[in-house]
Design a protein around this ligand. Structure first.
Ligand SMILES: [Fe+2]
Ligand SMILES: [Fe+2]
Length: 593
């Protein structure tokens, strides 16, 4: 079936095609108005997004005689009373939309906003399907990112820490207002077309806590889609799983939903559903099955589970009713599951009169609990989609610490090429010093890898980061913005990689030092100074002291740097002077002077 999309925006057309195909409607072809031989350009006179979407879809349907989809979307900014709203495109009067908005909000602290999308699909027989979606966020103070269109570069999504224009198209589809609206539209279209045409859709429901969702889940979903010949699969993260409580410290339902959307992104005919996370209360499968069978009358519904859940299926709440309506389908999660599953399947067939499908596939040998342990130890990345891993690290979910190889890749990408050798050397030296002084080696490596991540930025970049992260810069730091890279570096390390307070502080004080430094702070200060690529007159003595008397090394380092700064006619930072005074005094006290 061919649908017309009432837009001339090729970015939008591509986005909508992608999502409809991924949502299990690959048999639909979507053409533009021009491709359907019609002229565009209906005046958008509606007072709401919904009215405009309907207006455009009706006009396109009238002009082409084909079912037509139109969307109307825009940005609503709290501080502007919901403006620009339906006037989003025309707001800047032909000027740069982002610049115009930034200027409007120049003196505004409260920057909450949301993208809203309304979609209508109008059929030649007059039937109408509507859907809507929202994406909450905030307006940045300057543009970021080169992707997307419209207001994307100034729209920040706090949960991802990036602007809409910095997301890949897959990530954008997973979180955007239009993505949400299109998924709803796709589900309604599937139901509508299923009822109207074949009447015997095969639908899969794959539930679980997805805590976190990993490549094993995705491989299993893919195998189930193919083996069962499903027209669509709903992947349903449980809000509050009834069978086994989530371990403490697990992310909330909204976060697991977001992770699942990323993990299953691009899996054709599959859609992550919020029907359990949005419902609240205990997530009973019986409720979910009732809802889906209601939405897909006449469809065959497969209840897809992993082996361990399948073995308890007969004890679930309302198991009788569930097994009257669905066909269970089970996969082998670990090699060797086979005989036990077959026995349980035979028992279900005997007692409930429905024969479960057994999906044989090559299982990925990892469980969510093993994966959670691995994440805490700085591993686990190989079992997760890259976007899922990044979201976990950034949010500090599961107490995850970043894998060092991954962290290096990320950090080096933020450096000027010439600085990589210095940072590598600093990590090596910090690890050696940590071993010498009984400090945590991992923390030392993390701090060293990240200590200069913002160093390549000039004064403007440094000050912009100060504003973004609420960093107070003193007068000296404002004058010599280079000094700020330790503060901004610490802020970026925390925002992007969720480093511990100890690592944050070691980065924070690595340039000037400060009074009463921790051992880790001293080690990073010194490692930065003496790492193997450094070459200066006092280096040999400083290296010697670093491994024999760390306080003496820090004192010597401070003395050299203060002398050097003063000789260039620059004022040393008071924090360095305080650091020096503190160390000298405490040594005298220790010696009983
Ligand atoms: Fe530095
Ligand atoms: Fe450095």
């Amino acid at each position: 079936m061919t649908f017309v999309l009432a837009t001339e925006n090729s970015g939008k057309l591509a986005e909508i095609r992608d999502i409809l195909t991924a949502s299990g409607l690959p048999e639909l072809s979507v053409v533009s108005l021009a491709e359907a031989g019609a002229a565009g350009g209906v005046e958008e006179t509606g007072a709401t997004f919904r009215e405009n979407a309907l207006l455009k879809a009706r006009a396109a349907c009238g002009a082409t005689g084909l079912p037509s989809i139109a969307d109307d979307s825009g940005l609503c900014v709290d501080a502007l009373g919901g403006a620009p709203g339906v006037y989003s495109k025309r707001y800047a009067g032909g000027g740069d939309m982002c610049d115009f908005l930034l200027e409007k909000l120049k003196n505004t602290e409260h920057r909450d906003a949301k993208f809203v999308s309304s979609i209508a699909c109008v059929f030649p027989n007059g039937d109408v399907i509507e859907a809507a979606g929202e994406c909450p966020g905030e307006i940045l103070r300057s543009k970021r990112g080169a992707g997307g269109f419209g207001y994307d570069p100034v729209f920040h999504i706090p949960a991802l820490g990036r602007s809409m224009a910095e997301l890949t198209s897959g990530e954008k589809n997973a979180v955007s207002h239009r993505g949400a609206a299109l998924r709803e539209l796709a589900a309604k279209l599937r139901a509508y077309l299923g009822v109207k045409s074949c009447g015997a859709l095969k639908i899969g429901v794959y539930g679980g806590s997805f805590n976190p969702p990993h490549i094993g889940h995705r491989a299993f979903a893919g195998a189930a889609l193919t083996r069962l010949g499903l027209d669509a699969m709903y992947i349903v993260p449980a809000g509050d799983p009834p069978h086994k409580p989530l371990p403490s410290g697990s992310p909330g339902a909204a976060e697991r939903l977001r992770l699942a959307r990323l993990a299953f992104d691009g899996l054709e005919r599959a859609e992550v559903s919020d029907c359990e996370t949005a419902r609240g209360g205990v997530s009973y499968t019986s409720d979910t099955v009732r809802r889906l069978t209601g939405e897909h009358p006449g469809a065959s519904v497969y209840l897809i589970t992993g082996a361990d859940m399948f073995l308890t299926l007969r004890d679930w709440k309302d198991a009788d009713r569930i097994l009257e309506t669905v066909i269970p389908a089970v996969g082998a999660r670990r090699i060797g599951d086979g005989p036990e599953i077959r026995k349980a399947a035979d028992a279900i067939a005997r007692d409930f009169g429905v024969t479960p499908e057994i999906i044989e596939f090559e299982p990925v040998d990892v469980s969510s609990s093993q994966l959670r342990d691995a994440l805490m130890d700085g591993g686990g990345r190989e079992y997760l989609a890259e976007s899922v891993y990044e979201c976990i690290i950034r949010g500090g979910l599961y107490g995850a610490r970043p894998e060092l190889g991954w962290l290096r890749e990320r950090a080096y990408a933020m450096l000027d090429g010439g600085r990589v050798a210095h940072v590598e050397g600093c990590e090596l030296e910090a690890a050696r010093l940590a071993a010498r002084w009984g400090e945590d080696e991992r923390s030392a490596r993390e701090a060293a890898i990240l200590h200069d991540v913002t160093k390549r930025l000039g004064a403007d970049g440094q000050l912009e980061l100060c504003e973004r992260y609420g960093i107070r810069a003193d007068e000296l730091e404002r004058e010599s913005a280079k000094l700020l890279h330790s503060k901004t570096g610490a802020a970026v390390a925390r925002a992007e990689f969720h480093v511990s307070d100890a690592v944050y502080n070691a980065i924070m004080w690595h340039t000037t030092g400060k009074a009463d430094m921790t051992m880790l702070e001293k080690l990073i200060y010194i490692a930065d100074y003496i790492e193997p690529t450094r070459d200066f007159d006092e280096a040999a003595r400083l290296r010697d002291l670093a491994y024999t008397d760390i306080d003496a090394a820090v004192i010597y380092g401070l003395e050299i740097s203060i002398a050097d700064i003063t000789s260039r006619g620059v004022t040393p930072h008071p924090r360095s002077l305080e650091a020096l005074k503190f160390l000298r005094t405490s040594r005298r006290v220790r010696r009983g002077e």
